[in-house]
Design a protein around this ligand. Structure first.
Ligand code: OSB
Ligand code: MG
Length: 370
């Protein structure tokens, strides 16, 4: 793949309803779209860094900077054999994993289009539909939460995740458990607790949860292992796992029993697959997390989640749960068995709605070889 041009788009997409986590509420979602030209073909990738450094230290603008000034200049005009070759070329750039993942996704799309294979086929997986759930943000009250969840159950979601934070944990979760005794339910704290304050979460251990996601800080594997010892319920790490090395170390120190895999967080689909392979080999369940992606990133998530080790439902909801208008022509819909069908066409299997793209674009930049 001889990279002849890369175009960057900074997008701001209005969410259908606001999304609130322990680090704040958003009404719109930023991301970058990468358009990579090589050998007369075009590949697309989504960089999931948001406007603010809440979930991650990266933002849409740090990713813009690092892509424009470091990552893209390294590969422009070069003939890359595959995504691993790309990772080698940019290995001197420390961190900025979401920025790297965005470009890597576009290379997967290009490679699939060149070879006439879908991303699912490139990754070698056979599952044609993947089980999904919905991630429900913090709501204004428990009553509103119960209403919102009732709506998603009505739509057919078979697994619910709710966001929690100190003061909005045991009460919200208990109310939901009482209302739906058999519901497949899990919670996500997005690092809102310390080892000391996390003792307030102990009542969750009797609420039959699938898992408790990322209670402590992202850089705190060790205290997660101390906390896991206090719980029967599996802890699941999201923010803390940024490579397959971290995954191995987290499992070795029993800091978690389940891992949430997000390609953006770990530097790309290739690293995401390595983490999957490590966990699959050890019988550790993984599932595919989400970053409120557009149709581009959602297509990649579906292909990733079709790998056999993804044994828990992913945070991959239907397009209409996120956006009134998405930037892909393809709209992902929920099947009646709480699954979404994995795209079939070459590469990511999506095409870009140029009118929608234009509508949501704040800034663009076109980079060409010198
Ligand atoms: O922690 O999983 C998270 C969204 C943005 C940032 C972090 C997280 C999330 C979600 C939403 O939970 C998952 C989705 O539906 O895309
Ligand atoms: Mg999470």
């Amino acid at each position: 793949m001889k990279i002849s041009q890369v175009n960057l788009y900074h997008l701001r997409m209005p969410l259908r309803t606001h999304f609130e986590t322990s680090f704040g509420r958003i009404y719109e979602r930023d991301c970058l779209l990468l358009e990579v030209h090589a050998d007369g073909m075009t590949g697309y990738g989504e960089c999931v860094a948001d406007r603010d450094p809440g979930y991650s230290s990266e933002t849409a603008l740090t990713a813009w900077h690092v892509l424009r000034d470091f990552i893209i200049p390294t590969v422009l005009g070069k003939d890359l054999t595959d995504p691993d070759d790309f990772q080698q070329q940019v290995s001197h750039i420390r961190g900025h994993l979401m920025a790297k993942a965005g470009l890597e996704m576009a290379l997967w799309d290009l490679m699939g289009k060149q070879e006439g294979l879908s991303l699912r086929q490139l990754l070698g997986s056979e599952r044609l539909r993947v089980e999904v759930g919905v991630s429900v943000g913090l709501q204004d009250s428990v009553d509103v939460l119960l209403d919102v969840v009732a709506g998603y159950l009505e739509s057919g979601y078979g697994r619910i995740k709710i966001k929690i934070k100190p003061g909005r944990d045991v009460g919200d979760t208990g109310a939901l458990r009482n209302a739906y005794p058999g519901l497949r339910l899990q919670v996500d704290a997005n690092s809102a607790y310390s080892l000391e304050t996390a003792s307030s979460l102990l009542p969750l251990d009797d609420m039959d949860l699938l898992l408790i996601e990322q209670p402590l800080a992202d850089d705190d594997l060790w205290d997660h292992s101390r906390l896991q010892r206090q719980f029967q319920t599996a802890l699941c790490l999201d923010e803390s796992i940024i490579s397959s090395r971290h995954a191995r170390q987290a499992l070795e120190m029993e800091a978690c029993r389940i891992i949430n895999i997000k390609a953006g967080r770990v530097g790309g689909l290739s690293q995401a697959v390595s983490i999957h392979n490590l966990c699959y080999g050890q019988g550790v369940p993984v599932w595919c997390g989400g970053m409120l992606e557009t149709g581009v990133g959602r297509a990649a998530n579906l292909a990733l989640a079709s790998l056999p080790g993804f044994s828990l439902p992913g945070d991959i909801s239907a397009s209409e749960r996120y956006y009134l208008h998405d930037i892909t022509h393809q709209q992902f819909v929920l099947n009646s068995d709480s699954t979404i069908t994995v795209p079939d066409a070459p590469g990511l299997g999506v095409t870009i709605d140029r009118d929608a793209l234009e509508r949501f674009t704040l800034d663009t930049l076109s980079l060409n070889p010198e």
